[in-house]
Design a protein around this ligand. Structure first.
Ligand code: CTP
Length: 217
């Protein structure tokens, strides 16, 4: 199968030296890319700025902003069977990017932010590929993940609690809940992102096959 995986944060420029971003390390997306390659799949990895080695055997496309990630996903989506949107795409970007460095002044300043385009929510409903969304939550994990599954029209949502210091963001470990569009749910208890990724790739493969044979809508 052909996997298209996004990973890492995006950076939304404020001026030539500053940007808005988040704490995503890209570890989960890179681990999924490695697990998919290990399982014999073809992988295109669209990566935001991270400090990780490129997974051997993956075609890596480096992007920085949410707009660049949006364009890269659009460009490669037609050739994939499974899209795993692991990236922590910024939800907002500055309304204006200053061409010159914003100088320090003594008074308060405010930054106007506008929503970025939601890559997942923009995908067509009628499609052949499987769409996996990721939900990073600090409260009401299941309810919020369920909402994302339906609102963003995903086939699967992988949800994790990012409030714990030793699990989720930046960590080498994780603990996830997997929600499927047909109502099924699975949990993977705390393990390394490497181990979790192997299980996730298997769940994605199985659901892809199930969707083909049972015509889940
Ligand atoms: N996502 C996306 N485009 C965006 C923002 C998010 O495609 N502009 C995707 C992420 O890659 C992830 C999923 O949407 O697969 C959920 O991201 P998350 O940050 O958990 O949710 P948000 O939609 O941003 O909602 P909130 O921040 O309010 O939880």
């Amino acid at each position: 199968m052909r996997f298209l995986i996004t990973a890492g944060p995006t950076r939304e420029p404020i001026d030539p030296v500053r940007y808005l971003s988040n704490r995503s390390s890209g570890k989960m997306g890179y681990a999924i890319a490695e697990a998919a390659i290990e399982a014999g799949h073809e992988v295109v990895l669209i990566s935001g700025p991270v400090h990780l080695d490129r997974p051997r055997g993956a075609a890596v496309i480096s992007v920085s902003t949410s707009d660049e990630m949006f364009a890269a996903v659009r460009q490669h989506i037609a050739r994939c069977d499974i899209l795993a949107m692991c990236a922590a795409v910024a939800d907002y970007k500055p309304a204006k990017v200053s061409k010159s460095k914003i100088k320090k002044r003594s008074e308060n300043i405010s930054l106007e932010l506008v929503p970025t385009r939601d890559i997942l929510a923009s995908l067509p409903k009628d499609r052949k590929y499987l769409v996996v969304g990721f939900a990073a939550e600090t409260e009401d994990l299941e309810a919020n993940a369920q909402k994302k599954l339906h609102e963003k029209n995903c086939d699967i949502v992988v949800a994790n609690d990012v409030s714990a210091a030793d699990s989720g963001m930046e960590s080498d470990q994780n603990e996830v809940e997997i929600l499927f569009r047909d109502g099924e749910m699975r949990k993977i208890s705390r393990a390394s992102k490497k181990i979790i990724s192997r299980d996730l790739v298997e769940y994605f493969e199985k659901y892809f096959e199930k969707r083909l044979t049972k015509k889940i809508v």
